[in-house]
Design a protein around this ligand. Sequence first.
Ligand code: FE
Length: 336
Amino acid sequence: MKLKTTLLATAIASLAFAVQAEELNLYSARHYQTDEALYSNFTKQTGIKINRIEGKEDELLERIKNEGSNSPADIFLTVDAARLAKAHELGLFTPISSKVLESRIPTHLHTDDWYSFSTRARVIIYNKSSVKAEDVQNYADLANPKLKGKFCSRSGSHPYNLSLMASVIAHDGEAKAEEWAKGMVANFARAPKGGDTDQIKAVSAGECGVALSNTYYVARLLRSTKVEELKMMEKVGVVWPNQATTGTHINVSGGGVLKTAPNKAAAIKFMEYLASDEAQRYFADGNNEWPAVESVKVANPALDALGKFKADTLPVKNLAMYQTKAQMIFDRAGFK
Ligand code: FE
């Protein structure tokens, strides 16, 4: 009888442990419509329940940092190599060993401790009546005195611009990168402000002649159901920069398993799930991005409308490596 009771107690305890272990705490800066299916399908496949904490990218990073070793977070998902690099710098991620991730995610799209699950490109937007397409074919052209008083930008401290600058440092070296930054500052139509969509609007309105934007903002506007936004897009042209040289700068959204993760095994399972064909489609489509896994095909009319292009294959490791230098260069150039 006593043995039976002990066995029963052990069984209950291990059952409780099993139930408790089948959870995953996801800190995510993503909140798109297709994410519901993304998460519920994982739970259906694995029985692992996902507890989601959603927030702004930088706030979530702060939160994980402040929670320290008590953090319940298993995975941190965010956008831009700059932010993923920051999480790495803070020592928040742990390297994971996964044959699935190694084989599915291209080498240039992951580091030792974080993986990209989708890609976005940084393109040049120009006003068709005030700027000629042939004058804005390369990122370097943004520094050409020809564009004096025409260039608009969001802040030089923003991750999207920092990562682009990091790619320029990686390709051309610091000295050239600084010349480029100074040239852009000399071409400002106004002091940097707003987000990518604000730059597109200002270009369309003629306040600026040229600006930079991530592709998903362009895709969103091209696919808009609002007549005024479609009209706005008629006035702007989109250029894939650096097609004759390094290719258009690519950034990513992705994530990593946290060093303090209480549910490490479940976290690795979820990372592997994100690299699956099905999850890749949801993940990329949710924000008009491209899947990181090359064999996955998506049918996204907004992206198709942008056409094909040559992408820069610079490893995301290099983008991460030059973040601090990128900020120093923008600061020295007065690119606020
Ligand atoms: Fe964005």
